[in-house]
Design a protein around this ligand. Structure first.
Ligand SMILES: [Zn+2]
Length: 285
């Protein structure tokens, strides 16, 4: 039997950009197990702060932020109407431009800080929350407000409570936090999982075997009549014959993946016999 090595690039092309592996400056490639702030979270946050009835007493409204920028960039600009005159007065007394970026002047205990426009709030809180290792509301707010003006503690709380990583680790106090798995190529680590479809079987098929390459996220599904080891082993063999033997086979701690499956790999006898990892955490596929 000859096994041809699959393309390393093709399965990645169809991925959501947020799920793609990240290449660190060191050249190491990290596949994030948990995307702490997927795009749906961003959409929900932006919907909240852009709502007509949302009040942010510290941050300039988008139109005021733009006018403040204009008034400082060109002080001869004439204000139109009372609200605009107030904005101009406020701009000249409280704000300044530094390298064409808008800053709130130093006041009290605060140094000069970046005046955050509405469309950058999410990314700034996200960056601060990740930088300090998923600390809670107060530390995230301290990190944010050290160099930024216009973001509230409530907004930091919203982000901390909606962070997927924090949600998964909540209730795991005293336990080791979930850590990302590092892989550097396709078929280095294959994850498997059994999906129970007995509530909606398709004829005699009531189980789905889900096999996924951790690096490329390439996924293959196999319909099964039961969750016996023999059927799973045959599907794994088909997967290997169609693609490439994995170095690591990661599966949950069900007995279905032990015994016959492992023997199958021994029979195959390829040089890189896979290690079997049994997950004790929640399924991570
Ligand atoms: Zn978090």
């Amino acid at each position: 039997m000859s096994l041809s090595k699959p393309s390393r690039e093709s399965p990645r092309e169809s991925l959501d950009p947020e799920d793609r592996p990240i290449t660190l400056p060191t050249g190491e490639i990290v596949v994030p197990v948990v995307n702490s702030f997927p795009s749906l979270i961003r959409v929900a946050f932006m919907d909240m702060i852009q709502a007509d009835d949302y009040v942010s007493k510290d941050r300039l409204a988008p139109d005021q932020w733009a006018r403040t920028h204009v008034f400082l960039d060109n002080p001869k600009t004439k204000a139109i109407g009372q609200r605009d005159r107030n904005t101009k007065s406020f701009a000249q007394s409280r704000y300044e431009l530094v390298q064409n970026r808008l800053y709130r002047q130093a006041s009290g205990k605060h140094p000069r800080r970046y005046a955050v426009p509405q469309n950058e709030v999410f990314e700034i809180i996200k960056a601060a929350h990740l930088k300090i290792g998923h600390a809670g509301r107060d530390k995230t707010f301290m990190e944010v407000s050290a160099s930024n003006h216009g973001i509230s503690q409530t907004e930091c709380e919203w982000m901390a409570t909606h962070c997927k990583f924090c949600t998964l680790n909540r209730g795991r106090e005293g336990k080791r936090p979930l850590e990302p798995i590092t892989v550097s190529r396709v078929w280095e680590r294959i994850q498997t999982d059994l999906i129970d479809m007995r509530h909606t079987p398709d004829g005699r098929y009531a189980w789905i075997l889900h096999i996924k390459d951790h690096y490329s996220k390439y996924t293959q599904l196999y319909a099964l009549k039961g969750k016996d080891s023999e059927g799973i082993a045959e599907c794994l063999a088909m997967f290997i014959m169609a693609f490439y033997p994995p170095e690591i086979l990661q599966c949950d701690n069900g007995k279905e993946f032990k015994g016959r499956c492992f023997i199958y790999f021994l029979i195959l006898g390829h040089a890189s016999q896979p290690s079997l990892y049994y997950l004790t955490l929640a399924n991570s596929i």
